[in-house]
Design a protein around this ligand. Structure first.
Ligand code: SF4
Ligand code: SF4
Length: 376
């Protein structure tokens, strides 16, 4: 078997099945990443969502003992909605980040990776493959960088010259020694726009992220958010695109090449108030197919309450009062109390003093104390 011919065939097939970019990388240990991850761990900069075993994250041979190469793929996703619904005073809306528009990309990429695996298997029956997308052990970004898909920007995203950073990444470790491609030269240069624009200072410096401060991570947590982050989250329901949107390399990059990635505006930018009253079943029916629903309804509802406070939406007061007094989840009750403190007038807030007497959860009681103290 001529491996160079097979590589060409795989590249052609990849483009035929809608893979926008493909590259090949060696399976050497990702030593630079390994040092960085240990440093991140020591500094407490990890989110907790990532694979905890740093050796596995950086050594492909621990995932496939006979590993000889890694195939990296990228699929471009849209950055603009074709019809953006209006965010009006009476009908406030939240926003899901672009990586949560359309069908959950994990499904789309797994389908393409599986097709590539099958294509190779038909030609090389002894091939061994291990595929992963996002939640796998390897860093999709480190693989993509090594495979020449793009460079690693100061915003920690992989930036491709063709599609900017609006690409989903996935990879296959194989036991076929495909010849590796060359990495792309980094082009950030003296630009620092993403670091300067980050609302929480999560980009500690170019290429170094403190996940514990990153809004993209915070929107996915389930507990109480610290006040400093509540005021910075704005109307983001899931994820944060700020450091991608300010990037000059993303200017004019908006690709609509995969029908399943097209956003439904009512899901990608949904009305906030209906979210407060949604049953689990309704939530699953409406949002279950998007990647931003993976943590369930609670964080999205908590973020919707924060967004309503951000807009000071007085029309949401009855819903917020109901949540503050009746919802079984302390995080929702407490966040609703906080939101009422931001929106409601002095007289309405006095009613909270009565509601407080029925509250028993210590965290929610702290929220009551803070609001009641603020009205004097
Ligand atoms: Fe900052 Fe948002 Fe980028 Fe996170 S995703 S680093 S919060 S700009
Ligand atoms: Fe690089 Fe500038 Fe883009 Fe940040 S905003 S990733 S520094 S090009």
């Amino acid at each position: 078997m001529d491996i160079q011919v097979l590589k060409e065939e795989v590249i052609q097939y990849a483009h035929k099945i809608g893979i926008d970019k493909i590259g090949f990388a060696s399976t050497n240990v990702f030593s630079h990443l390994k040092d960085r991850l240990y440093e991140q761990q020591a500094l407490g900069f990890q989110s907790g969502f990532e694979e905890s075993d740093i050796e596995k994250r950086t050594n492909p041979h621990l995932l496939l003992p006979k590993a000889k190469s890694i195939i990296s793929i990228a699929l471009a996703y849209p950055s603009k909605m074709k019809k953006t619904p209006r965010n009006t005073k009476m009908e406030r809306r939240g926003i899901f980040c672009r990586a949560s528009w359309g069908t959950d990309y994990h499904h789309i990429l797994r389908d393409r990776l599986l097709k590539i695996e099958e294509f190779i298997k038909e030609r090389v029956p002894y091939v061994e493959c291990t595929s992963m997308v996002d939640t796998g052990e390897l860093s999709d970004r480190a693989v993509a960088e090594r495979a020449g898909i793009g460079w690693s920007g100061k915003n920690c995203a992989i930036i491709t010259p063709e599609f900017g950073s609006f690409v989903y990444l996935g990879e296959i470790i194989t036991n076929i020694p495909f010849h590796p491609d060359q990495p792309i030269e980094e082009r950030c240069g003296s630009c620092n726009k993403c670091v300067d624009a980050c609302p929480t200072g999560a980009l500690v410096q170019g290429g170094q992220l403190d996940s514990s401060k990153c809004i993209a991570f915070l929107t996915q947590t389930k507990g109480f958010l610290a006040e400093e982050y509540r005021v910075k989250i704005g109307n983001r329901l899931y994820g944060c695109d700020t450091c991608q949107m300010v990037c000059p390399e993303n200017k004019g990059k908006d690709f609509h090449v995969h029908a399943e990635m097209e956003p439904d505006p009512e899901i990608a930018k949904p009305l906030l108030k209906p979210l407060l009253n949604m049953s689990n079943r309704e939530f699953k029916e409406k949002f279950g197919h998007v990647s931003g629903s993976w943590r369930g309804k609670k964080p999205i509802q908590r973020n919707a309450i924060i967004a309503l406070a951000h807009f000071k939406d007085e029309t949401a007061i009855p819903d917020l009062v109901r949540l503050a007094t009746d919802d079984p989840r302390p995080v929702i009750r407490g966040t609703a109390v906080w939101a009422l403190g931001k929106i409601a007038e002095h007289d309405s807030l006095l009613l909270l003093s009565e509601a407080k007497d029925k509250e028993t959860d210590p965290d929610v009681l702290i929220e009551y104390e803070q609001v009641i103290n603020s009205i004097g």
